[in-house]
Design a protein around this ligand. Structure first.
Ligand code: GLV
Ligand code: MN
Ligand code: MN
Length: 443
């Protein structure tokens, strides 16, 4: 028995249509209309398979196979369904649909044989382990607001699950319309209370004491696997990140009548700061640290007015916390120097952060063994992207991640793609690893 390859791909293609920007990539922010449609679709599929569904106060969803028995160890498996603006069709949702496919397969194994496979592309044979061991449960998770598209803070849902975020962030996190997370959540629940809470309410943080392991299957989002011509990556460390928000206050004035020497231009100042940050980080001999200024707002944003205020985000990532802080501290110092030298006021606010994390060596070993037994070439590698799995790992749950290649190493863009055979192979390997962790028979 194995997963139904065709059903997995059909789910992915169906969910690809749940976008605010048809023809221009997938835009599906948490708590929006498309997010609700995606939730409803997945919940219906899970309920059809006889599962129990619970949604917590932040919108994270936990879908259980069978009854929840207190004290029974459970394997958690999932990812997120939200996207960046004009993002790709696989980031997050691939891990969710694969977790759903594993759930359906396990549910079917409990009663009847699974439907026959449609694909010959996957490397794992149909003889893979599938027997569900008594005494170990399986739950899929859909994490809310992973991308931070609303509130600028990545992994928001999983930060609430693990208690890193709490009451304070409900009021501190605001979207571009100035709405707090608390207000957005209230609006989401009020719009359709039944859909928002399909099962019994599950408060945050969660009790993870029964979680025996957490697995997340994801596209790589970078070029490593494709360049090495390898179909599977097994994640070793996930980069940490620190995000600041820089506000520059210059003096607005007439673009034609103000001499160059008498200007306090917030945008020119920002430009110099951004290039300085790039220079600082590019001096890393290992070429590992990265800095990104992805969001910038200019006021009044008129071609014939000297920009008075600029606000931009700046994030630094690395797998070494000291490198993150060292680079960020140098950048902050340099920004203050540049702004001061130009007579522009500067305010810097720490926005959010997450620590670098090494995933569980035991889970890595299980994934490696499963890949080796199936004859799948693979590589243990780092993840420059962050994932909800790191929050769950930080809470003490043994955690592992599986990557499949990204074509051209592209992600967070409409061009994001992965070969179907790779998608199927990854999901099959996920099922195999879940079964091994549940204590089922091995391939
Ligand atoms: C999430 O995709 C991130 O790494 O920012
Ligand atoms: Mn993702
Ligand atoms: Mn992403």
């Amino acid at each position: 028995m194995n997963i139904n390859d065709r059903r997995l791909l059909e789910d992915l293609h169906t969910l690809r249509e749940f976008t605010d920007t048809p023809g221009e990539g997938v835009t599906r922010f948490s708590y929006g209309v498309q997010d609700r449609k995606a939730r409803e679709y997945i919940i219906k599929e899970a309920m059809d398979a006889g599962c129990t569904v619970r949604t917590d106060d932040i919108g994270n969803i936990r879908i259980g196979l069978g009854a929840n028995i207190p004290g029974q160890p459970v394997i958690l498996c999932g990812s997120h369904i939200d996207t960046v603006r004009n993002g790709g069709w696989l980031d997050g949702i691939y891990g969710v649909c694969s977790a759903l496919e594993v759930l359906r397969t396990l549910a079917a194994a409990g009663s009847a044989a699974a439907p026959p496979d449609s694909s010959s592309a996957a490397a794992l044979p149909d003889t893979a382990a599938t027997e569900q061991a008594a005494g170990c449960g399986y739950e899929m998770i859909i994490f809310a607001e992973e991308e931070g598209s609303n509130f600028g803070s990545t992994m928001t849902g999983s930060k609430f699950i693990t208690g890193i975020y709490g009451e304070a962030q409900l009021d501190e996190l605001t979207n571009d319309d100035g709405q707090t997370l608390r207000q957005v959540l209230a609006g989401f629940a009020a719009a359709d209370p039944d859909a928002a809470a399909p099962g019994s309410a599950l408060q945050v943080p969660w009790d993870l004491s029964d979680a025996a392991a957490m697995l997340e299957l994801h596209i790589e989002q970078g070029p490593v696997l494709e360049r090495a011509d390898l179909p599977i990556g097994i994640v070793d460390s996930i980069f940490g990140m620190r995000v600041i928000e820089v506000s520059l206050q210059g003096v607005g004035n007439h673009a034609g009548a103000t001499p160059m020497k008498e200007r306090y231009d917030a945008l020119s100042t920002a430009a110099e700061c951004i290039l300085a940050a790039e220079k600082i980080v590019s001096s890393d001999p290992e070429e590992r640290t990265v800095v990104t200024i992805g969001k910038l707002e200019v006021q009044p944003n008129c071609s014939n007015v000297i920009p008075e205020t600029v606000r931009f985000s700046l994030e630094v990532r690395d797998k070494d916390a000291e490198e993150i802080d060292g680079n960020m501290d140098r950048i902050i110092h340099q920004i203050r120097q540049i702004a001061g030298g130009r007579g522009v006021k500067c305010e810097i606010r720490e926005h959010s952060k997450s620590a670098p994390l090494h995933l569980s060596d035991e889970i890595i070993a299980v994934i490696r063994q499963a890949a080796e037994d199936a004859g799948i070439p693979h590589k243990v590698m780092d993840s420059g992207a962050v994932h909800d799995a790191c929050m769950i790992a930080q809470a003490g749950v043994p955690t592992g991640m599986i990557f499949v290649p990204s074509i051209g190493g592209r992600s967070h863009v409409p061009e994001e793609n992965t070969e179907e055979a790779d998608l199927v192979r990854g999901a099959r390997l996920l099922l195999e690893v879940v079964c091994r962790l549940m204590g089922g028979a091995q391939a």
